[in-house]
Design a protein around this ligand. Structure first.
Ligand code: CUA
Length: 426
């Protein structure tokens, strides 16, 4: 028993090994942060709003690091300086106290201290001043992050979160009270160097909109429109992710901000404003259009072909129970959004299913965004598997009432025809 004491409680060879493993693990974790640039890297700011946040973050981090080392340093120093080990060893060496419990003789008991006004004032006032200064800069940043500099009639986008994808409704004249001009999903296509004010909401549960390289997070809450702003300095693809747990496929609720040069963005807008033309018998894709109308049009809109309210948006919360009889329970149907992505220009996008799957093969990222429908190689495997049995690729909720349904009744021929039709939607 006595022998083990010389090592202290965590000093044995076993604990030394544990300590080594922990240090190695910590170093490995820290080093992974230096790996390839991560698409969700908050520190790789790519727009003025993200810049604003990091301009606040880094100075605060600097102050925090100084405070950390001062406090931890003081703790370590005091622990070393006033440890009782030597006293304990001396006591143990005394034959009358083999356990070393009786550290101090009556006459050498340390002076007992209670309270120190100067110290207590110092450690109250210094943090108060620090936090007050930080809060002033934080408030300034918050005000600047909410400052809309876009003109009244500039582009505004309503962002609608839904289990488990994002819808973007474009109001080209800035008036969000009228039906949107363009409705698209998963990819927020926007012009570079232009502030785009957003209104963020949800059709079902609470989500959170986050494109970390462009700005911070903002919650998407049903029944509320949360203002937010997004702006990018350069053209590019910026990944986003839902950051509020919203059900089984929360992790698979991604999106992209696709930033184009302003002239290219104008071209994109002109393309998106064109409705799809209903195909006539004999035209390529006609059979697929029939399959689409019979199976998909309950939830998916193709402008010019299946418009329900002529606003490009299916929103059947009220009558969803009629569309999908299994959600007759009023509580469930109130939670179910009943809408699905507008597919009018599906082939012009590069991802589907909440940006989980690439619509084209990997090479597509190197093709200019506007040319991807012409030059991309279709990722037929994932698209057909998705149509056949979506819940197998991306979990729906337990009762299967949210997310895309499976279509076990479709033949392979019908799925081929459907894919042919979908790829006409450019
Ligand atoms: Cu939507 Cu998490």
């Amino acid at each position: 028993m006595m022998g083990t004491r010389t090592h202290g409680r965590f000093g044995g060879p076993f604990w030394r090994r544990v300590r080594l493993v922990l240090i190695a693990l910590g170093a490995a974790l820290a080093l992974t942060a230096c790996a390839d640039e991560h698409p969700l890297d908050t520190l790789a700011e790519a727009g003025p709003d993200a810049q604003e946040i990091n301009d606040l973050f880094f100075p605060v981090l600097g102050v925090a690091i100084v405070v950390f080392f001062l406090v931890q340093g003081a703790i370590v120093y005091l622990a070393m300086r006033y440890r009782v080990r030597r006293k304990a060893e001396a006591a143990r060496a005394r034959s009358d106290d083999p356990d070393g419990d009786d550290l101090y003789g009556d006459d050498e008991y340390p002076e007992q201290v209670h309270g120190n006004l100067r110290l207590e004032l110092a450690w109250t006032i210094i943090p108060t001043i620090l936090l007050a200064v930080i809060s002033v800069f934080t408030l300034i940043s918050l005000v600047e992050l909410n400052e809309v500099t876009a003109a009244e009639d500039d582009l505004r986008v309503t962002v609608v979160g839904q289990q488990w994808w994002w819808e973007f409704q474009y109001h080209l004249d800035g008036d969000t009270s009228t039906p949107p001009d363009i409705v698209t999903a998963n990819e927020l296509v926007m012009p570079a160097r232009q502030q785009v004010p957003l209104e963020i909401t949800s059709r079902d549960v609470i989500h959170s909109f986050w494109i970390p390289r462009l700005n911070g997070k903002r919650d998407a809450v049903p029944g509320r429109n949360h203002p937010w702003i997004i702006e990018a300095d350069e053209a590019g693809r910026y990944m986003g992710q839902c950051t509020e747990f919203c059900g089984l496929s929360h992790a698979y609720m991604r999106m992209y901000a696709v930033v184009l040069e302003p002239a290219e963005w104008e071209t994109w807008v002109q393309g998106q404003l064109v409705d799809a033309a209903p195909l006539e018998p004999g035209e390529p894709g006609y059979e697929g259009q029939e399959v689409f109308l019979a199976n998909c049009a309950n939830c998916h809109v193709v402008n010019g072909v299946t418009d329900v309210n002529l606003d490009g948006v299916v929103d059947r919360t009220a009558d969803y129970a009629d569309v999908m009889p299994r959600t007759n329970d009023p509580l469930t149907s109130a939670l179910v959004a009943g809408a699905a992505p507008n597919l009018t220009h599906l082939a012009s996008r590069t991802t589907f299913a909440g940006s989980i799957f690439d619509l084209y093969d990997g090479r597509a990222e190197r093709i200019p965004y506007l040319e991807v429908a012409d030059r991309g190689d279709l990722n037929r495997g994932d698209l057909e598997a998705w149509i056949r049995n979506a819940p197998e690729r991306k979990a729906n909720d337990a009762d299967g009432a949210r997310g895309m349904t499976a279509f076990p009744g479709l033949t392979e021929g019908e799925i081929d025809a459907l894919v042919e039709y979908l790829m006409t939607l450019r």
